[in-house]
Design a protein around this ligand. Structure first.
Ligand code: AMP
Ligand code: ZN
Length: 499
């Protein structure tokens, strides 16, 4: 029996609002898509929460035996500042600000995104397609939607005709929006009188010749609408219908709602069976976002350099902090919560180091109560993760397991069979490392290093005062050989830098 049969997964489907048994279209294969970053600046901690949430979904489904094809795109064209498909092009704007080519911006922030994923132990997806690499597919999709009568062209732009679509299909089902109210709300803001209705959205947008990123199309030079890339790439790599689509809650509307409409408009099929939305990382109850000025970057966390931070935190403490809440709840940032997470992570990680070295020590006859207790903990890991990926409850079980491990390590023998002991040990290691992606971190005690160098600096000062230049030079040269550069100030002071 496969693990996914033994511990069947249920998922809260945003489309129904209910927790549903997960039945893949073509088990053991699972097709999963999640919206990736728009590579116009560095990802902040809020973005990382969402990428971590779907990383864990991918990890767990793979761990229990599904063969997952995970597609996470890179948005490198077509994302305007206003999600409704208006405003300034984000990548073009960054290119102007940083005086770079748009594709230099794309390269720079794609590389930085990959680096951050590596640091946070977010696995690479199976396919990472880009919008610019799929312009032809997007144009083909626009043509299909037009041929079916759900889009119209005005001045080189093509708009999705929402009213026309609603004559046959539903629109707004995922986000629960009432379209009439929406239309009332947007009418005043709407300066795009090209559209028949303010609720219509661009699937192809004409741009002027001074826009560097632009492509020829049957409607003239332009860029694809942002929502279109996910429809085109999801369909290309996962089919017209696939199992799971993820993204942050803020993408439900309009991005995902439009994605559904585009697929239905092109192929007559709703693309996704299980929509999953992760909730927001907040700061004092407000969504973390770059535009609100309350966001911070991963590197600011490691150095503790952001004014909101009391000190530096390691990547795995931050990952642990995110996993401590269920993906569907909001998670509020605070120094207290991060400090608590740091302690919690250390406890689990110490037990991980311990358990890897721990040998089975038999202790008399098998204790049946203990055996069922250990089995409860082992099963608990699976049951909680299978229950809509409840990382919070899984961590609680892992803490219980860590206490057992510490008991055994302090010399108490194990009154269960070697097989049970080994299964317990392997489950603890696997759930931490493979499922939750929490790896051991090397202790880097900067304070102690600083202290030791200061002692050497003082000794070197003393040697100089004593005119013992052989010793003072030796201290300088030996430190230099280790990558520590001492700098002599004019006033006799000394400072250092580490290469
Ligand atoms: P973007 O690069 O803006 O398209 O965002 C990338 C991903 O990060 C999307 O799935 C967003 O929903 C998600 N996201 C943005 N802000 C937050 C936040 N404060 N908390 C959690 N996820 C977020
Ligand atoms: Zn998307």
């Amino acid at each position: 029996m496969k693990l996914y049969e033994q511990f069947p997964v249920s998922i809260t489907n945003s489309l129904s609002g209910k927790k549903e048994p997960f039945v893949p279209l073509n088990s053991p294969f699972v097709g999963m898509y999640s919206c990736g970053p728009t590579v116009y600046n560095e990802v902040h901690l809020g973005n990382l929460r969402t990428f971590t949430a779907f990383d864990v979904v991918y990890r767990y489904l793979s761990y229990i035996g599904y063969v997952v094809r995970y597609v996470r795109n890179i948005t490198d064209a077509g994302h305007l500042t206003n999600d409704a498909g208006e405003g300034v092009d984000r990548i073009e704007e960054s290119a102007k600000l940083e005086q770079l080519e748009p594709m230099e911006i794309v390269q720079k922030y794609t590389t930085s995104f990959h680096e951050i994923c590596r640091i946070f132990n977010i696995l690479p997806p199976s396919i990472e397609p880009t919008a610019t690499g799929h312009i032809i597919e997007q144009i083909e999709m626009v043509k299909k939607i037009m041929a079916n009568g759900y889009a119209y062209e005005v001045n080189g732009s093509v708009y999705f005709d929402v009213r026309r679509f609603m004559e046959k299909y539903k629109y707004g089902e995922l986000s629960g929006r009432n379209i009439d109210e929406l239309q009332e709300g947007t009418r005043e803001l709407d300066r795009q009188d090209e559209k028949k209705n303010s609720i219509d959205f661009a699937i192809w947008k004409a741009v002027s010749p001074n826009h560097i990123q632009r492509w020829p199309s049957p409607w003239g030079e332009g860029i694809p609408g942002w929502h279109l890339e996910c429809s085109a790439m999801g369909t290309k790599y996962l089919g017209k219908q696939f199992d799971i689509h993820g993204g942050g809650m803020d993408l439900k509307f309009p991005h995902h709602e439009c994605e559904i409409a585009q697929n239905v408009g092109a192929f007559g099929t709703s693309p996704v069976r299980y929509w999953m939305h992760s909730n927001m990382l907040t700061v004092n109850g407000e969504k973390m976002s770059k535009s609100k000025g309350n966001s911070f970057l991963p590197r600011e966390l490691f150095t503790g350099s952001h004014p909101l931070l009391n000190k530096a935190y390691s990547p795995m403490s931050v990952r642990f902090f995110m996993l401590q809440s269920h993906y569907s709840s909001t998670l509020d940032f605070s120094n207290e919560a991060l400090s608590a997470a740091e302690k919690g992570y250390k406890k689990l990680s110490n037990a991980l180091t311990t358990v890897k070295k721990l040998k089975f020590q038999p202790l008399g006859a098998e204790d049946h109560d203990l055996r069922s207790e250990l089995n409860r903990l082992i099963d608990g890991c699976y049951l909680n993760m299978s229950d809509d990926f409840n990382t919070a409850k899984t961590l609680a079980i892992l803490f219980e397991m860590a206490s057992r491990i510490n008991d055994w390590n302090s010399g108490k023998g194990t009154a269960v069979s070697e097989a049970t002991f080994n299964r317990f040990k392997q489950t603890y290691i696997d759930f931490l490392e493979q499922v939750l992606g929490l790896r051991e971190e090397e202790e880097h005690n900067q304070e102690m290093v600083d202290g030791i160098i200061q002692v050497l600096i003082e000794l070197r000062k003393k040697a100089r005062t004593d005119k013992n230049y052989a010793l003072s030079d030796k201290i300088r040269d030996d430190l230099k050989a280790m990558g520590v550069q001492l700098m002599d100030g004019k006033d006799g002071s000394m400072s250092y830098s580490i290469e």
